[in-house]
Design a binder for this molecule. Structure first.
Ligand SMILES: [Zn+2]
Ligand SMILES: [Zn+2]
Length: 317
């Protein structure tokens, strides 16, 4: 099968179809999507070498498995199930985990992937593939509420109106918060406004303007410091950004202002699928382009344009 390999550069390579280990099923990839994490990996994040990609919708092709023929999406952390972290319910933090297309596991920019059956979730019939592809990033947005129980009366600033910033904004909006989404690029705040997201240019944010909760979705190293500057003492900073070149925050301000810093990564797929199925979140305006798998290198060029949002790869023949 053809696969997009990263090894100092991106290249299309012919590799064998994976053989499923015990407990795994083979999934034929129907759609995949490019994430900011993929763009950071090609800049050196995680030191990953191999087949890239972790956002997918596929069809199970293992004939003997009860999921055979089902359209599925898959959680990206493959855990051992036996270690202290797994046994205490923290599978996404398993000390022996592999993460598809990010650490130690083949990614989804390929014809097939083999995954543990427990990672897979059936996509409801009413959710088309180009919507279901948003399950993974939407789950990451919903994870904030899995981690932190915020009072709806609290003010929220979201920094970054990129793919994840917009999904986070949509989820925050659902809860009735007084929120604002900031971005330095006028085209991005204008686009956010067309989605009904309360957004402002970063230049409009005054030095003393603060919120109780700041969420960094900037995708760049400066986001941390920026979010800290606009957090009330005693407030919570939620960090969603992972970059190849992390920042060194001012730890004194965290101590002096008694800030709570919350790292937030992957979330549960079921609540995200519920939001998509019930049409409480409509990610369709975030699709900026759709490419055939053979054009995946062009798709990556398109994904690097900061004005583009989700770039989807159609793997179907
Ligand atoms: Zn992703
Ligand atoms: Zn484990």
């Amino acid at each position: 099968m053809q696969a997009l390999f990263f090894e100092n550069e991106l290249l299309l390579k012919e590799i064998p179809v994976p053989v499923s280990a015990a407990g795994e099923v083979l999934v034929k990839i129907l759609y995949s999507a490019i994430c900011n994490t993929d763009l950071e990996i090609i800049k050196g994040y995680m030191g990953f070498r191999g087949v890239l990609g972790h956002e997918f919708v596929g069809k199970v092709t293992s004939v003997s498995h009860p999921l055979y023929g089902k359209t599925v999406v898959g959680e990206i952390n493959c855990s051992c199930g036996h270690c202290y972290l797994c046994l205490s319910g923290r599978h996404a933090h398993c000390s022996k985990r592999n993460v598809i297309g990010i650490a130690g596991h083949q990614g989804v920019f390929a014809g097939f992937i083999s995954l543990p059956a427990e990672n897979l979730h059936i996509v409801p019939d009413t959710v088309p593939g180009h919507i279901a592809i948003f399950t993974e990033p939407l789950a990451a947005a919903v994870e904030i509420f899995e981690q932190l129980h915020m009072k709806p009366s609290k003010s929220v600033f979201i920094f970054g109106a990129g793919k994840l910033g917009l999904l986070v904004s949509m989820v925050v909006r659902l809860q009735g918060f007084d929120y604002t989404t900031f971005d330095p690029i006028p085209e991005k705040t204008a686009f956010a406004s067309t989605l009904g997201i309360h957004s402002k240019s970063l230049t409009e944010l005054q030095a003393g303007e603060k919120a109780e909760v700041c969420i960094d979705c900037t995708g760049n190293a400066e986001g941390f410091g920026l979010a800290l500057e606009h957090l009330w003492p005693g407030g919570t900073l939620i960090l969603k950004t992972t970059v190849a070149d992390p920042s060194k925050p001012d730890l004194n301000s965290i101590v002096i202002n008694e800030f709570t810093i919350l790292g937030s990564r992957c979330g549960l797929f079921k609540p995200a699928l519920n939001l998509l199925e019930r049409k409480l979140v409509d990610p369709s305006p975030l699709i900026s382009g759709e490419y055939a798998f053979n054009d995946i290198l062009k798709a990556f060029e398109s994904a690097k344009n900061p004005l583009n949002h989700k770039i989807i790869i159609d793997h179907r023949p």
